[in-house]
Design a protein around this ligand. Structure first.
Ligand code: HGY
Ligand code: MN
Ligand code: MN
Ligand code: MN
Length: 407
């Protein structure tokens, strides 16, 4: 199947007819359908499929020598944020298969194993921690904590993983698999407009510090009609003022702050809620700016809560320090792209988005390629990449892989 045919097959899976957005949450029907698509494409290429012990999937093209170590891994993720776009994740996986097809069409045989990976729960949309699959693989999260993570229905990662053939007792750092991988290169749609005016493909220099925290506002549920204002402990009020305060705090600390995934409990129309939980996503040029933003937000929330008899708790779900991609690998990638005339220049740029490549950079050399997104929008249906630019991305990835699988 060509890139276009693979893309056409995957595009409709889990797409909302009303919004054009995707809700492909790990191990829910639409993401499972994407996993089935992945296995079909891998088998169609006689790749050796390997589900790991953490819910991730791998498909290997082994060299005729039988060599199993020093593998070059590419790929990305198939899950999405709620109402997400079509390209964030899947573009890296489809491009990986298309790049393998290009290498084979050019008669290139790898000296090292070449793998395509799909990492579980990269967006953290179901269980709350981003890049959960690559964090488990690399030992970046305590397996006991991961097992206990729950989704919106209160189902644990352990229970859902078990339902899907993953032994919860076995999740955690996988030294055997890590020991077989020499480097990881992830192609991803750009989540911004830095490439828009110029070239179809860029290379990542770094991922800026970013994290997510959960804020819990606890008040007192009561009748919406019979409870005097003076007697209310309504968590909505300090919550609402904290949303505005988060924006002001980000402005003050040269960061960004987003409040989302709000849950109002119990959520009736004619009842004052007893609790509101909301998630704060903050990112910035350095750890100081992010930490200052978060502590400002918490300080404001607590002060606002006091005025309404509402308590406020903050829980850090995940924080990822700045990730500088491996310089040697990055330079080798830029050099390999230099030979791809269709690209023109190859800008090197940082990103504000987290990626599995960022998590894995703690345990192996990783690099990222970005494909131009003319809208610059991501995590929303307007996320886009033109087919020509996607094909330029495949050409670029194939050139990088052809260089890395030698020797
Ligand atoms: O949230 C992120 O930055 C990434 O898209 N998972
Ligand atoms: Mn994303
Ligand atoms: Mn992504
Ligand atoms: Mn990612």
């Amino acid at each position: 199947m060509s890139f276009e045919e693979m893309w056409a097959a995957l595009l409709p899976v889990g797409r909302s007819a009303a919004t054009g957005g995707y809700d492909r949450f790990v191990w829910t029907p639409s993401e499972l359908e994407c996993r089935a698509w992945f296995l079909d494409e891998a088998r169609a290429r006689s790749l050796d499929v390997e589900p790991d012990g953490n819910g991730n999937l791998f498909a290997w093209w082994y060299p005729s020598s039988g060599r199993r170590d020093g593998a070059v891994l590419t790929g990305s993720h198939l899950d999405s944020v709620p109402g997400g776009g079509a390209f964030d994740g899947p573009l890296g996986v489809v491009s990986a298969f298309a790049a393998i097809d290009l290498l084979r069409a050019r008669g290139i045989e790898p000296d090292r194993p070449l793998g395509v990976g799909v990492f579980a729960e990269e967006e953290g949309a179901r269980f709350g921690v981003a890049c959960l699959g690559s964090r488990l693989l690399s030992g970046a999260i305590d397996p006991a904590r991961a097992r206990a993570l729950t989704d919106g229905e209160g189902l644990t990662y352990a229970a859902v993983a078990e339902e899907n053939g993953v032994d919860p007792a076995g999740i955690g750092r996988d030294d055997d698999l890590l020991g077989r991988i020499g480097c990881y290169v992830e192609l991803h749609v750009e989540q911004g407009r830095a490439l828009a005016p110029g070239t179809p493909v860029g290379v990542a220099s770094a991922i800026i510090p970013h994290g997510r925290w959960r804020l819990d506002f606890t008040g007192e549920g009561n009748h919406a009609g019979t409870t005097r204002l003076i007697d209310r402990r309504d968590p909505m009020l300090p919550f609402a003022s904290t949303v505005l305060a988060a924006r002001a705090s980000a402005d003050r600390h040269d960061s960004v702050a987003t409040i989302g995934k709000v849950r109002i409990v119990p959520g009736g129309v004619n009842a004052i809620p007893s609790a509101v939980s909301a998630w704060l996503d903050s990112r910035g040029p350095d750890e100081r700016s992010v930490r200052a933003t978060v502590s400002d937000v918490l300080e404001h929330a607590r002060a606002a809560g006091l005025g309404h008899g509402v308590s406020v708790e903050l829980t850090e779900e995940s924080y990822t320090e700045v990730v500088d991609f491996n310089l040697e690998l990055r330079d080798r990638v830029v050099k390999a792209l230099g030979g791809v005339r269709a690209l023109g220049g190859v800008p090197v740029l940082p990103t504000g988005a987290g990626h599995d490549a960022g998590i894995l950079s703690a345990v192996l050399p990783t690099a990222m390629l970005f494909v131009r997104n003319p809208t610059g929008v991501s995590h929303a249906p307007a996320e886009h990449a033109e087919t020509d630019d996607c094909l330029a991305g495949v050409e670029a990835l194939a050139s990088v892989l052809a260089d890395l699988v030698r020797g």
